[in-house]
Design a protein around this ligand. Sequence first.
Ligand code: FES
Ligand code: FES
Length: 174
Amino acid sequence: MAKKTGRGTLTAAGGKLDIVVELNGKDVAMRVAPGEYLLDALRREGYKGTKRGCDNGDCGTCTVLLDGKPVLSCMMFAAQAHRRQVTTIEGLGAPDRPHPIQQAFVEAGAVQCGFCIPGMVLATKALLDEEPDPDERAVRRALDGNLCRCTGYVKQVEAALLAARKLKAAKGGR
Ligand code: FES
Ligand code: FES
């Protein structure tokens, strides 16, 4: 069975939906249940950097970017990501080649247990893509949906501001 959507045709087989997600820059085909959440589909596919905290829309640990904007993957259906761009933390960097935002979080001492960090880093990326030179207030607003049980949030705000300076320097700014 095939169903037309605004973003192409969704095919269904055995009660599941065949979707294609542009995941970290590559088209990835997934077979998902109609009511399956994006968080579950991502983790099943091996993208374990997307963390399950509250599973209830409250903590931000499951944050991914959907077409560049932060979304809570525990609150949206996987099928809603069909033919859209999803970025998980695996799409930013790796331990041997960290993204400047990840580097900034480490350098600022913002990482303790690390559980909240993928969501924090992705929320920071969305902010800096839109506002490369944010003030502290803008950073706090951008991160206010991301809870951390280890820190007092000060280091993470410093990390986001450091990341902004690093990205600016990399582009030749000061
Ligand atoms: S796991 Fe999604 S908001 Fe907490
Ligand atoms: S560093 Fe542990 S939850 Fe944030």
